[in-house]
Write a new protein. Sequence first.
Lengths: 56, 345
Amino acid sequence: MKTVICPECEAQITLEAGAEVGEIVVCPDCGVDLEVTALDPAAVQLAPMEQEDWGE
Amino acid sequence: MKTTVSIIGGSGYGGGEALRLLLGHPQVEVRQVTSRSHAGEYVYQVHPNLRKRTHLRFSDPSLLEPVDVLFLAQPHGQSQRSIEQYARLAPKIVDLAADFRLRDAALYETWYGEKHAAPQWLDRFVYGLPELHRAEIAAASYVSGVGCNATAANLALLPLVRAGLIDRDAPVIIEVKVGSSESGAEGNAGSHHAERANVIRTFSAFGHRHTAEVIQEMGVTNVSLTMTAVDLVRGVLATAHALVKPGVANKDLWKAYRAAANENPFIRIVKEQRGIYRVPEPKIVAGSNYADIGFELDESAGHVVSMCAIDNLMKGAAGSAVQCMNLMMGWDETLGLEFSGLHPI
């Protein structure tokens, strides 16, 4: 089991078996998109998220 | 054998909500529900959602019998005048009214404009918000109610205060939007449907009585609650503005909010990046005992906005009262409070 720390909220995230570099995962706590940048050791970085109008 | 409970003042909205919860509670048996004005009527004639749930009739308060736990749901000012009598009827009391929320008789007089009728009882009660006083409530015989607006404000501030993230000497401004059931089952000219429907009415810019509970429980003195009536029946949304200490970042807030959610079964963080419900909204918690909290931080200005949505009759009144009873009896604090709310609503 590979774990990473969300750079946005510092939640501990477990990457699923078979995760690949370049894959986008979603932080279960704060909901940001994270790009897997390495696997050994595992690392992620914030991925661009589409901006949208919301809520008004 | 079930624990016996009775409700004094069961015809109001808070008492009715407590009755709804207690009728569904697996460990208790409701013995009596009192109401002077409705004595002899079936309780479902006043609380129509309870039809076919019970055949209880409202009792005259003079006919109250001893029970294990007594819930007081009378208008403010009455329980402090009868507390000696009630204490002879039950070893454990949960009072939903404001009579025993404040520990300091002088603070009570400042905010309620009169001397307390039973000041010697103030320190025998524990403030009834489990998220703040879980261990004390578990050991208590007497627990107070909570102000609905104060509860939304206190839970919005709780993660920030517990983690020491805000400057408690700087102004804390809390805008509170409230539904109409807060004003109780007795009508007035302002609650007449033609006048109350569709309002966004700031009815109390400063000086709302629930401010005293925020001062007492959060230790903030420079605090204002501004109350705005909105077109809801149930629900409170508190939006608190405060200044964080230098260097506090988003990650610190996440850690603090996550701790609050982990320690408390009814606190949930709502801070989503996608979808429709990204921030706490009262309608999602209607009928449930949840308090949904969320935040946004302007790191450059050090300005944090913290939000809390609750159902005023549940987490802000009867739900917290039943949660307190669970703790006082040594039961799982979520017992009888598992309802998740409705969606869509």
